[in-house]
Each structure stands twice: as structure tokens, then as C-alpha cells.
Design a protein around this ligand. Sequence first.
Ligand SMILES: Cc1cc2nc3c(=O)[nH]c(=O)nc-3n(C[C@H](O)[C@H](O)[C@H](O)COP(=O)(O)OP(=O)(O)OC[C@H]3O[C@@H](n4cnc5c(N)ncnc54)[C@H](O)[C@@H]3O)c2cc1C
Length: 488
Amino acid sequence: MGKQAVVIGSGIAGLASSVHLARKGYQVLVLERHATFGGKLGVFNSEGYRFDMGPSLFTMPNFVYDLLDDDLSKQFNIHKLETLCHYFWDNKQPFRAHSNLDQFVKEASQYFYEDEHKIKSFLEKSKLVYDITSPVFLENSLHKINTYLSKTGIKGIANLWRLDMFKTMNNSLEQRFSSDKLIQLFNRYATYNGSNPYQAPATLNVIPHLEFHYGAYLPKKGMRAIAEIIYEQATRLGVEFKFNSTVNNVRKKSDQIVGIQDNSGVEYPCDICVSDVDAKVLYRNLLKTEVPKKIAKAENSSSALIFYWGISKTFENLDVHNILFSGNYREEFNHLFKYKTIQSDPTVYIHISSKAIPNDAPEGCENWFVMINVPHNDGQDWEAFRAKAREKIIQKVNTVLQTDISPLIETEDYLDPILIEQRTSSDKGSLYGSSSNDRMSAFFRQANFTSSYKNLYFCGGSVHPGGGIPLCLLGANILNKIIPDAED
Ligand SMILES: Cc1cc2nc3c(=O)[nH]c(=O)nc-3n(C[C@H](O)[C@H](O)[C@H](O)COP(=O)(O)OP(=O)(O)OC[C@H]3O[C@@H](n4cnc5c(N)ncnc54)[C@H](O)[C@@H]3O)c2cc1C
């Protein structure tokens, strides 16, 4: 019998890791608590509408293609979005952010009355910082000395002073631009990993570069297709999946994990164990040890409240991604991270996949994924929050779109931090593990390995390099680099 690898959890990082492990020659078993794979990339259908439940924005698709055999790559079809997002501040014409950088710069300059060169130089800086940081902070383990001794690592360290680590995102933007609206637009990128632009280091201003350089996409069969194609690749390589299998214990022998036990009472032997479980939950519930202080201390990222609405009308002014901005962004983040509540004028995000995938809604209708950022679960009264938020969202949509949305809602469901926690075991229902609000956050995140158990490896949103589909896939790539081949 060959060497056994057990992956706990089939979120996007667990799926990708299973592909890497199978290619390394391991016999791979994935144990998944739920009846299906994909974790946060859930999907449901209701009365002719299809809704992706979690991620809606897909960047850096190359990390998915890299995992696939040629014929599967051809099956994985994606739309490149020409428009990144429609940004609304009031009931006037929205700013339509073009994905072409030059066009974006030109149109942003006209809409926000900002100098073209200033916008362009900001995006060039964003690229520069990405190029410096990605080999050290994204593509390799932060906790291996080789990362710092490599050519790119040395270059990264030598250029750390250029990373704006000592300014916040917002400060750096205020120094460059005079338009509050443009500043708000770029500040919003902090929410891509559940952070606060008024606290997070300006290094996070790299995120716009990712959208412009790599583009924004939507798979032609919806976001769920990302999990489906990686699952197909995994099963093709012989990876075995066991669903409805909740791992509740791992058996340790000195510095090794030797067996993984699930709710059926079976123990699965393992030579290598990869956890795609939220790191804090793994320590508490599976390893049954204290969460290491550094990890426990890291501030959780924000969470989300989503309403899935089947809307019996189409809206010309809306696109695949739409933002209806809050009138007081700073207060919105104070409420999220300081007071752990929501303010009366939240920013509303509306994702409509049926704009690009007509079959996602009945004719003449649209599938609205309506989301606001909310704090992670700290025992708030979520039922009361939900009712209040629904009212505020409807008010905002009505004002901005000059409509009465309530009678157009044909079907409705929701997701909140409690459900996110229950369904994917994310600590406190956080979307992205820990926030990047502290300039040292990257170092507080769980490493991809541990010195306590030599054959235990970590991936997923709560682990280095962080949450979101591209980073989860990069985390799996790091495991590919550090886990030995089966025959070694
Ligand atoms: C509403 C929402 C919107 C988002 N928007 C975006 C976006 O637009 N773009 C983007 O890139 N990212 C987005 N994200 C973040 C992204 O979805 C996540 O970072 C990513 O999917 C996390 O993947 P993961 O590998 O960490 O696993 P998860 O998806 O967290 O899944 C973990 C899996 O492990 C299983 N598991 C847990 N404990 C056990 C156990 N004891 N035994 C067995 N199995 C177990 C769970 O059942 C689950 O299937 C969003 C997330 C949410 C919720």
C-alpha cells in the first residue's frame, strides 16, 4: 500500500491540496463534514433562480487552470468582465469601472475630477508593491528561512521600505487624491480580505492591481463551477472523498499525527495530514490543545449578511457587480470592528450573475445576491440585526435606484455569520480567517506547517497567505512546495 494522505475539509484549499497530493504519489482521502464539497462555494436553486452562496468575484483564474489537465482546462470556461463594478453614491449615473487600466484611468479622471497621472501612478505603485511582496508574502511560506534567502526573497526584504507598512490604506490614499469618492472606491479593496482601510497598512493597496492586471471573471456556469472542476480533477487522479464525515479527533504519537477519527467511529491512518479546517477550530476541537497565543490574538476578519433575492424585473443601470456606497464609510468600519454592530447607512453590494449567465434567472428577472459587511459573530442578536439590515438595505436600494424593490422580491433566503460558522466551521463566522488590520497580521496567521507535528500541514482561508479563492489556492501551492513526494 502506498503512503496515505488525509485531507480534512473540502473547501477550495482542501480540494486543491488533494490534487497536489495525488500528483505527488499519495493515496488521498478527503473527509468532509457536509454532504458535498466546496465549503463556502455553496449553491442553491429556488423557483427558477440559481444562487452562488459565497464568493462572487473571481480573480487570478490561472491558479485554477494550473491545477487542471488540458482537457479539463478546456471545459472550464470563464467570462472576462469588461466592467469591474458599477459604483453608486446617490441616485445619479454610477461610475462604471472599466477593466482596461487605461480606460479606467481616463474615465475615473473625468468622473472624479482627479489628475490622470495621479491615478496611473497609484496603480503603478500598486503593481510595484505586488511584485515585491508576492514572492515573500504570498507564494512561499513566511516561516521557512529559504523564503528569505532566495533571490526574490532578498529583493523583497531589501525593498520593504517601499511597502508603505507604516501608513494606513486610507492615509496613503488621502495623500494622493482629493476626491472623497475615489478614495472610498480604493478603500473598498480592504474588504476583499475582511479588513478595515482606516487601520490596515497601505501595503493592501496592492489589491486593485490584481483586478486590473489579472482581470475579474465569472465562470460560465457560475462560481460553484470552480469547486466542481477541481473536484473532478481530484477524483480523476483517484482522490477518494468521504462526505458526512466530521473529523472529531486526531491521534498523535510523539511529534506525528498517526490517525484521523470521524463521527462514524472509524480511524483513518495517515502518513501526511492536511487540514483545511479553520486553524483556531482545528486546535480547539480536533487537536484538543490550546490555540497558540499568536493565533488566538489575531483579530478575526469581518463577516457578511447576505440576502438572496429573486427579483421579477431587470435593471439596466446594474451590472454583475454593483456597490451602493455608505455616506459615512469611516463610521461603517468603526461599527464593524469597534462596536461590532452595523451602522444605519451600510454599503450595499449587489451581485447579479444572471447579467452574464441568463439561465441563472427566469426571463425578465434577476438573481440578486445582496450583501453588507457585518462584524464576526460575538453573540449579537442576529435575528434583530437581520431585520434591521433588511429594512436599511431596502431603503438604500429604493433611494439609489429610484424604485420600490419590496414587491419585486419573489424568492428570498439569507446567510449570516451564525450560518457561515455552522456550515463551514469558520471561527465566529469570519469570511477570511483573520483580518489584515495590523501591519504584522501576515506573521500572526497560522503557518502552513507546525513544529509540534511534523506531518501536519495547514491550508485554507485562516492560514498563510490568507482568505479568498486566489490566496487559498496559493496556500495549496505552498503545500505542494513543502510536502515531500510520497516516494521520498
Ligand atoms: C459570503 C462570502 C463571500 C465571499 N466572497 C468572496 C469573493 O467574492 N471572492 C473570493 O475570492 N473569496 C470570497 N470569499 C472567501 C472565500 O469563499 C473563502 O476564503 C474560501 O472559499 C475559503 O476556502 P477554504 O479552503 O478555507 O475552506 P472553506 O470554504 O472554509 O471550507 C472548509 C471545509 O471544511 C469542512 N470542515 C470543517 N471542519 C471539518 C471537520 N471537523 N471534519 C470534516 N470537514 C470539516 C467544512 O465543512 C467545509 O466544507 C467569500 C466568502 C463568503 C462566505
